[in-house]
Structures are given as structure tokens and as C-alpha cells.
Design a protein around this ligand. Structure first.
Ligand code: ADP
Ligand code: MG
Length: 359
């Protein structure tokens, strides 16, 4: 089922008497396609959880509307929306077994929706199988690892066969290896069930790796939406360019003159169509080509071995990053003290003083 967010705004009253309202979500419009996984991405405090809670019904918007398919659910309480929710802290009932935790959302169904105990347990087993914890049904939460607990929480969210699944930083409490494994699992489950899913994270790599589409937010405002690769390859503004990618993008103070980008005194790239002005030039780590006659001269600080590639670490007085990281095939020879690069045009983005894309 596709989900439509229409001009959604959520304001919280200021904590001090005279202060301005906090606009946690600012005029958010987006259509989540049926059966897709959307990664809602941005730094802490940008409005991700508020957006998710508006979708779940735990919060009511100040203005704007939400549709599940054709249904306007804006005024519908959470229990009538058919959403499955998973939070960062698993919030399992400690005194209940895994089975009882998973069946819990099914207990209070009344009238024609009432389920027998047998039906509830069958449904719980189905959900448990999806997340591969069917062998742990009689355990209590404290007898499970963090990863297993989070799977129980996911099974509990799935057992109702929700219309949409909402996950708020579900992997944050897991160690690095489990985080990777569980995110792949979430992706698999999402594909298998075809449930429209919103996955909230501040971790760009996590969002990029599992989402069909990402929504990048900052200060309550949507910055850019699109397929992960498309947003990475074509960021609309400096914030998005800097937020996506590891190692991070390399940001230089530059100048455009007669259709050429200058960094310091060196002309490093043809940038036809850009008028003469001071610019911020951002270069992806894979946008550097090592060359003895390269246009951009940096000071070599070291080389980090990554296996297939190496990361050449260097500095430049016009670079805003403490160190420039460029990803180079490992067969290249690097010697100091200077290292020279040519730049790949598609990997260099220019921004004006306000951070908007020029090139
Ligand atoms: P995120 O999940 O992206 O970290 P949140 O959606 O939790 O961000 O918060 C967005 C902004 O709204 C923050 O500035 C936060 O302090 C504020 N905020 C969130 N919930 C409340 C609330 N109940 N009352 C007042 N301000 C809130
Ligand atoms: Mg949050």
C-alpha cells in the first residue's frame, strides 16, 4: 500500500515562555511507493522520529494530511492504523516468554477479530520463522542476545500483518557485526513480505545499503529524495553531498574564472557555464586520478591500505577537511612529499555561498 505525506508539519511549543515553537517537521510532502523500503536519513534532531510518530499516529500533525492508500488516516488513532513499530530499545516485556511477547498485540482483539489461542500461537510462529527465532519461543528476553531481542521486537511488529512497518533506528543498540547482519535480514524480510516500510537512521551507510529510496532531512526540512545512488551521484546541496559517503567528500574553497575551477593558483577543472565567483568545490574520494602531471598539488601525509584500493591521505591549505582522502587503485605508486591529482568531472560538485549546487 502506498503512503502519502501531504504538507506535513509538526510544531512543538517552546520549552521557555518567550521562545519560538520548535518546527520538528516542516511541510513534508512525499509519496512512499507500495512495497518499497524508504530510508529516512539525517542527523540527530532533524525530525526523523517525529515523522515516524506522525505516520504511526502517536503524534498528530499541526497541519497536513496522511493517506494510507486512499484512506485519510490523519485523525485515526494508532491502534486503528495497522502499523507495526520497532524502536531502538527493544521494549520487550521481561516477564513474558518470546511467544507471549509476540502474541501480545493479538490478545486484545474483540468481536469478529477475536482469535483463539491456537490461532495466535500459529501466527506468532509464522512471524518468528521470518526472523529465524522459532527455536527460542519459550525463553525470556533476558536469556537472549541483543540481536535476538531485536528480532523478537520485529516479529511482534510483523505478527499483526501491518499495512506499514516503521523502524526507528532499530540497529543502534547492536554491535557492528550484528548490525550488518540484522540490516540484511530486515531487507530480506521486507522483500519477502512486501510490506511498505520506513526505516529511520542517522547512519548514511545503513540507509544507502538497504533502501529503495532515501529521504535526506535537515532541521525538519526534506533536502533531497531519490534512489541512494542517484542522490550520491547528484546531490542538490552541500549538506547532502557532505552527509553521504565514506570516506566523506573532500571540500575545497575555490574560485571560478573564465569557465575554469581554481583551487589556490591551480586550474583544476573545466566548468563550462559557471559564472566567475567564489565557490565551494566538493570532490568524492573516488574522483581523484593520481598523475605526475596532475592539476591539483597536495602534500602527502600517508597511505592507508584498503585491500583492492588504497586511500591516499594528503592535505591542501584550501581544503576544509583536516585530511583529503582519495581512493586510488592499489597498484599505483605513491611517493612524497607532493602528490598530484587530476579530477574526474562527474565526481566534482560546485556550490554557491548558500550551499546550493552550481555545477
Ligand atoms: P530525530 O529523530 O531526527 O533525532 P526528532 O524527531 O526526535 O529528531 O526531533 C526533532 C526536533 O523536535 C528536535 O529539535 C527535538 O528536540 C524536537 N522535539 C521532538 N519531540 C519533542 C517534544 N515532545 N517536545 C518538544 N520538542 C520536541
Ligand atoms: Mg530519533
Amino acid at each position: 500500500m502506498n503512503v502519502t505525506l501531504q504538507n506535513l508539519t509538526k510544531k512543538f511549543p517552546s520549552r521557555s515562555k518567550k521562545g519560538a515553537d520548535v518546527v520538528a517537521v516542516d511541510d513534508f510532502s512525499f509519496e512512499i511507493p507500495d512495497g518499497k523500503l524508504i530510508g529516512l536519513l539525517g542527523p540527530s534532531g532533524c525530525g526523523k522520529s517525529t515523522t515516524l510518530n506522525l505516520l504511526s499516529g502517536l503524534l498528530k500533525p499541526t497541519s497536513g494530511r496522511i493517506f494510507f492508500g486512499e484512506d485519510d488516516v490523519t485523525q485515526l488513532p494508532p491502534e486503528n492504523r495497522g502499523v507495526g513499530l520497532v524502536f531502538q530499545n527493544y521494549a520487550l516485556y521481561p516477564h513474558l516468554t518470546v511467544r507471549q511477547n509476540i502474541t501480545f498485540p493479538l490478545e486484545n482483539r474483540k468481536g469478529k477479530d477475536r482469535l483463539t489461542r491456537r490461532q495466535r500461537e500459529d501466527m506468532a510462529l509464522e512471524a518468528a520463522k521470518l526472523v529465524q527465532i522459532e527455536a527460542l519461543m519459550d525463553r525470556k528476553p533476558k536469556e537472549l542476545s541483543g540481536g535476538q531481542q531485536q528480532r523478537v521486537a520485529i516479529a511482534r511488529a510483523l505478527v499483526k500483518m501491518p499495512r506499514i512497518l516503521l523502524l526507528d533506528e532499530p540497529l543502534s543498540n547492536l554491535d557492528a557485526r550484528l548490525r550488518l547482519q540484522t540490516r540484511e535480514e530486515i531487507r530480506r524480510i521486507q522483500r519477502e513480505t512486501g510490506i511498505t516500510t520506513v526505516f529511520v537512521t542517522h547512519d548514511q551507510e545503513e540507509a544507502m545499503s538497504i533502501s529503495d529510496q532515501i529521504v535526506v532531512m535537515k532541521d525538519g526540512l526534506v533536502q533531497q529524495t531519490g534512489a541512494p545512488q542517484a542522490v550520491y551521484d547528484d546531490p542538490k546541496n552541500l549538506f547532502v553531498a557532505k552527509f553521504l559517503g565514506t570516506p566523506p567528500i573532500n571540500v575545497f574553497d575555490g574560485q571560478v574564472q573564465n569557465g575554469r575551477l581554481y583551487i589556490g593558483s591551480e586550474a583544476v577543472l573545466e566548468v563550462p557555464g559557471v559564472s566567475d565567483q567564489a565557490v565551494t568545490a566538493a570532490v568524492r574520494p573516488e574522483g581523484f586520478i593520481l598523475s605526475d602531471t596532475g592539476a591539483l598539488t597536495c602534500r602527502l601525509s600517508g597511505v592507508e591500505v584498503l585491500g583492492r584500493d588504497i586511500s591516499v591521505v594528503s592535505t591542501h591549505e584550501r581544503c576544509q577537511n583536516a585530511a583529503i582522502r582519495s581512493i586510488i587503485p592499489s597498484q599505483c605508486q605513491v611517493g612524497g612529499p607532493a602528490v598530484r591529482f587530476d579530477l574526474k568531472p562527474g565526481k566534482v560538485f560546485l556550490f554557491d555561498a548558500a550551499g546550493n549546487r552550481l555545477f
